[in-house]
Design a protein around this ligand. Structure first.
Ligand code: ZN
Length: 161
């Protein structure tokens, strides 16, 4: 069976940045499942996997526009300290959910200054060219529920989304 839209595929993967630093890996863990066509994984990787089958190994370079997007300056904002009522220590690297016009947006504190807190709503991998090495370990039919929900069911599936 070849990977195609509305099929479930499982992959082992290694993800490196442009400089070759390892960012993430499924090594020592269960392979990553995704429902093809449901935007479970970045577009560039999904495109490269279509038509592949169990045992296929491939290296895929994904540019930001088919990965986590370009860095968007408008997602970096300085917010007054008063907006963090009840939080005594705000430190660089802390993450919060912020209300954005399009819904909840995860943001990361990038600086704490006298006149406010710098928040960055860009994905940590925005603007980066990603290098994936993947191996397909399973391809199967999706259930009707999986297609309706747009994600793979199984261990670790949570139904909040
Ligand atoms: Zn579900």
């Amino acid at each position: 069976m070849q990977i195609a839209e509305n099929l479930v595929a499982l992959i082992h993967y290694k993800l490196k940045d442009e400089q070759g630093n390892l960012l993430d890996s499924s090594e020592g863990q269960e392979p990553l499942p995704f429902l093809c066509g449901a935007h479970n994984i970045v577009e560039g990787l999904e495109k490269a996997l279509i038509g592949k089958t169990v045992g296929d190994k491939l290296d895929v370079v994904v540019k930001p526009e088919e990965g986590y997007g370009e860095i968007r300056a408008e997602l970096v904002q300085k917010v007054a300290r008063e907006n963090f009522q009840g939080i005594d220590d705000i430190e660089v690297g802390m993450q919060f959910m912020a209300e954005a016009p399009w819904g909840q947006q995860p943001v990361t504190v990038t600086a704490v200054e006298d006149d406010g807190v710098m928040l960055d709503g860009n994905h940590p991998l925005a603007g980066q060219t990603l290098q994936f090495s993947v191996e397909v370990t399973e391809v199967r039919e999706a259930t009707d529920d999986e297609i309706a929900h747009g994600h793979v069911h199984g261990e670790g599936c949570d139904h909040d989304h």
